[in-house]
Write a protein that binds this ligand. Structure first.
Ligand code: OGA
Ligand code: ZN
Ligand code: ZN
Length: 413
């Protein structure tokens, strides 16, 4: 049994200095950052946990609802300056008695899993938060686009997990040998969760329609795009089941990795990168589908970044870019130049792929651009796809559940 607290080693002094530096840089109030954490060695690593965080994350029945697995601690009188009165550590747990007499007990593995070190944070991010993405260019497509059996995804958790992991890593993964029925895709969606319904329906049919509500429903060339950029809550992944492929030439899909293109532009064309990441344009879809009218608008740049500069979403669609340009007039021409560059690079680094009957082409709709070459459509030669969208919230959730279920992650959840 031993208790560790306060600054006791050179390492800890360095950590304190870093905390102060960090606090100064970020304008955090300094006082609470100085001493208010507990440092303990777990499996050879010195790990620090702020008192306030420990108290907030007490796992006892009064603070944490066991079946809802959610915090129920009353925050209306939470003390930010909370301190331990007594700390006891045994082989597997840490027990803290707080100055107000409340007792908390933490499993050491549970704590380690939540440690604040950069290494642990990184490990958690990739193991649980979101799998790391690997970017690719067209010539690598055959290698990165893995093929998965329909039956295996339906009948095996491992099969489902593998498919979803590849889909999130590369943004594309193909399902083969899907039964020839308009409802076959439903079973795949149900393995994940549910579809994202849009004004084109719970599912949608892609085939030639003369008086179409969407240019995708024509047999002419469909330029590279992302679907539905005019949605603020844009459908995350696109599943396209090829029920009938054209017998004519054409009808192939073009696919490119928008994240690869973004990296390439960032490195080689910084001015255009700035325009593509900063200038908001208006994406739009106006019309009627199934007698329901719609008027969708959403403003966002082509390449959307988070505060770390990582790409969160790609928007691109020539037909679904509105004519209202929300930027200033001097931005217009430079932005069009950047837009043309973006399209040209997506072509240069794209792969061409013709799906077969029974294929479901699954791809990340907020990462990849996709397009389709023109084909002939007549009574003896039709092409028909059934499409459905699934959100990344549902896919990541399924991946995490499967990871725990398959025990490939030794998590303490
Ligand atoms: C679409 C689309 C691809 C295809 O409907 O938005 O991209 O292969 N279709 O027809
Ligand atoms: Zn408690
Ligand atoms: Zn599309």
């Amino acid at each position: 049994m031993f208790v560790l607290n306060r600054v006791q080693s050179i390492n800890n002094i360095f950590r304190q200095v870093n905390l102060i530096k960090n606090a100064l840089e970020n304008n955090y109030p300094l006082k609470r950052w100085l001493h208010d954490h507990l440092t303990l060695a777990i499996l050879g690593e010195n790990l620090s946990f702020p008192y306030v965080w420990l108290r907030d994350n007490c796992q006892c029945e009064m603070c944490f609802h066991q079946s809802a697995r959610s915090r129920i601690l009353d925050w209306s009188n939470f003390d930010l300056d909370v301190k331990p009165r007594d700390v006891v550590r045994d082989e597997n747990s840490l027990q803290v008695t707080w100055t107000d007499g409340h007792k908390s007990k933490f499993d050491l593995n549970w704590l380690k899993f939540r440690s604040f070190t950069a290494d642990n944070q990184q490990r958690y991010n990739e193991a649980i938060y979101k799998p790391k993405k690997i970017t690719w260019s067209g010539e690598q497509f055959q290698k990165i686009c893995t093929k998965h059996e329909y039956d295996e995804i339906l009948n095996s958790d491992k099969g489902l997990y593998n498919w979803l992991l590849k889909l999130s890593t590369y943004g594309v993964a193909l399902i083969q040998n899907t039964p020839n029925s308009e409802t076959a895709i439903d079973s795949i969606v149900e393995r994940i969760g549910f579809t994202k319904r849009t004004h084109y329906g719970v599912k949608f049919i892609v085939q030639h329609v003369a008086n179409t509500s969407n240019v995708a429903y024509l047999s002419s060339n469909l330029q590279m795009h992302t679907d539905l950029p005019y949605y603020e809550y844009c459908p995350g992944a696109n599943l396209l089941h090829c029920l009938v492929q054209t017998k004519s030439l054409g009808g192939e899909n073009l696919l490119s990795d928008g994240h690869f293109i973004a990296e390439h532009i960032k490195e080689n064309y910084p001015d255009q990168y700035k325009l593509l990441t900063e200038v908001e344009v208006e994406w739009s879809d106006i019309g009627t589908e199934d007698k329901n009218d719609f008027f969708k608008l959403y403003r966002a740049p082509v390449i959307c970044l988070d505060k770390h500069g990582a790409v969160t979403r790609i928007n691109f669609s020539i037909p679904q870019r509105g004519s209202h340009f929300p930027g200033t007039i001097d931005m217009v021409k430079p932005w069009y130049e950047a837009h043309r560059l973006f399209l040209a690079l997506n072509h240069r680094f794209s792969a061409k792929f013709k799906t077969k009957e029974g294929d479901i082409l699954a791809f990340d709709n907020i990462r990849l651009l996709h397009g389709r070459n023109a084909y002939e459509d007549n009574n003896d030669n039709v092409r028909k796809l059934i499409g459905a969208y699934v959100d990344w919230d549902e896919i990541y959730s399924r991946l995490r559940c499967l990871k725990i279920k398959l025990k490939s992650e030794d998590t303490v959840y």
